[in-house]
Design a protein around this ligand. Structure first.
Ligand code: FAD
Ligand code: SF4
Ligand code: SF4
Length: 480
């Protein structure tokens, strides 16, 4: 039964969070998520815009039917299990990793950024509702039950696909193809699948048990994941094409951009990727219980202003450091999710704006001890991304630092380009056609490997689109 048109409630229901003093001491999750009662209260704020118009659906890169899944929480408020099962079924039509996207999507730029309630108050908390549905379903085994009925594999169709890279693009492509009856093998360079979700995003934002549960679902679909396989070294694209009907490349953009300034080779200057990988994948904060150490001094400077910079800064803070983020532009141009910036501030990370590093200064042992910055001045003019242009002022400031973490961007690694001669742009991103096929017939690509550093949900959207294109390609090849 359709519910009555809801009345407008301007302010969102807040999600409980762990107190700052407690959470900065460990890597446990910060946001505790909604209870069923709070989720229903928040769901009641959704005005149930008709699906053909709802701006939030258009704002979501994979076009989840948002009003429909939110509506189920209110419709079955007297039967939480049924409410969640029906909501999850709707979400899974378009997104198989809602516990992850509900946590890490930049909702303010996507679904929530265009929600009509946001024009008069705060947007409906779509991300946290999506996360609630996924978490409740996982905790009560509803997702397993639904998996058996909704995601079960169809009869094998006798076709094989190799997926390179086990990040969100590769995992999504693999699961979509498995659902169509393909025999899918993922080749992953690292010793654990997940891509950035495993080695980049820390547990205080995305707990390992949440990620592992989503990864287990892939395995239940029959996808075979081979870790410690560097395609381009351990096996070549040619080898894969000889063995499989098609190949998908989801190798991401994991090579850090570094600063070409004096002192860059000093000790204790890390790329954010190395720093985060040591912490997330190698559990360096538990050294010597785990093998890999991480050497940090008390004063840490993080250079950059995206999600990677926030993750590195907040991780360093949890190692007991005094952390400052230095950014060459102003606050409004920071690209990190707003929630992460707010959490970083609450936790005590300091921010210094309009500073560009020009030199790292070392001590007599070759360790960094300070960073020299030029002060920048904002102009009224904006660049192609809408950010304010900046110019140097000729004035300098030096900040003490025993550790520096550089988080100024990432680009694809070039192993596959060197090995297979794909057509690529100057930044190393692969060139693809409208069906996501690369310059090598039968080899498709998506995610950060074609976009440069982007988002989880865009990578997943590519994985899904590529799976459809691969299916059409393989069917056509069989007929011809
Ligand atoms: P990746 O996740 O990079 O996965 C690629 C996988 O391919 C990796 O596992 C890699 O080991 C493997 N691989 C690479 N080369 C080879 C090879 N030759 N052979 C075999 N395997 C290979 N996005 C958001 O939406 N929200 C966030 O909050 C957010 N936070 C982020 C925080 C950090 C620290 C970083 C680094 C990124 C963040 N992003 C965020 C961006 C997001 O994680 C990426 O856009 C997304 O993971 C891209 O997915 P992908 O599958 O294309 O690549
Ligand atoms: Fe919003 Fe991301 Fe969920 Fe889409 S997948 S509804 S953009 S949180
Ligand atoms: Fe609900 Fe906002 Fe989407 Fe309208 S735009 S359906 S109010 S979430």
């Amino acid at each position: 039964m359709a519910r009555k048109r809801p009345k407008l409630i301007k302010e969102r229901v807040p999600t409980p969070e762990r107190p700052v003093g407690e959470r900065v001491k460990d890597f446990g999750e910060v946001n505790l998520g909604y209870t069923f009662e709070l989720a229903v209260k928040e769901a009641e704020r959704c005005l149930q815009c008709p699906a053909e118009y709802a701006p939030c659906i258009k704002g979501c890169p994979v076009h989840i039917n948002i009003p429909a899944f939110i509506g189920k929480l209110v419709e079955h408020r007297d039967d939480p299990d049924k409410a969640v099962e029906e909501a999850l079924r709707i979400i899974w039509n378009d997104n198989i990793l809602p516990a992850i996207t509900g946590r890490v999507c930049p909702q303010e730029d996507q679904c929530e950024g265009v929600c009509v309630v946001g024009k008069v108050g705060t947007a409906v908390n779509i991300g946290k509702l999506e996360r609630f549905v996924a978490d409740y379903a996982r905790e009560r085994g509803i997702d397993r039950k639904l998996c058996e009925s909704e995601l079960k594999r169809v009869e094998p169709i006798g076709a094989r696909v190799a997926v390179v890279g086990a990040g969100p693009a590769g995992l999504t492509c693999a699961s979509e193809l498995a659902k169509l009856g393909y025999d899918v093998t993922i080749y992953e360079a690292l010793h654990e699948p997940g891509g950035v979700l495993a080695y980049g995003i820390p547990g205080f934002r995305l707990p390992r048990e949440v990620l592992n549960c989503e990864l287990d679902r892939m395995k239940e679909l029959g996808v075979d994941v081979k870790t410690n396989y560097i395609v381009g070294r351990t096996v070549t694209i040619e080898d894969l094409l000889n063995e499989y009907d098609a190949v998908f490349i989801g190798t991401g953009a994991g090579t850090p951009k570094l600063l070409n300034i004096p002192g860059i080779l000093l000790d204790r200057i890390y790329s954010a990727n190395e720093f985060l990988t040591r912490i997330n994948l190698m559990k360096a904060y538990k050294f010597p219980e785990y093998d890999t150490p991480i050497a940090v001094g008390k004063k840490v400077i993080v250079i950059g202003a995206g999600n990677t910079a926030m993750d590195a800064a907040r991780s360093a803070l949890r190692l007991g450091c005094d952390v400052t983020i230095a950014y060459r532009r102003g606050r409004e141009d920071m690209s990190a999710r707003i929630e992460e910036i707010e959490h970083a501030e609450e936790e005590g990370v300091k921010f210094e704006f309009f500073l560009t590093p020009v030199e790292f200064i070392g001590d007599e042992n070759g360790k960094v001890k300070a960073v020299k910055f030029e002060k920048m001045k904002p102009l009224d003019e904006r660049d192609s991304r809408g950010k304010r242009k900046i110019v140097g002022t000729g004035e300098y400031v030096t900040l003490e630092a025993e550790t520096v973490i550089i988080a100024i961007g990432l680009e694809p690694n070039r192993i596959l380009l060197e090995e297979s001669g794909f057509k690529a742009k100057a930044d190393g991103t692969l060139v693809v056609d409208e069906n996501l096929m690369t310059s090598i017939p039968g080899v498709f690509a998506g995610g950060d490997a074609i976009r440069g550093e982007a988002t989880v949900i865009l990578a997943m959207g590519d994985g899904k689109r590529a799976a459809k294109a691969i299916h059409e390609y393989v069917q056509a090849k069989r007929i011809s």
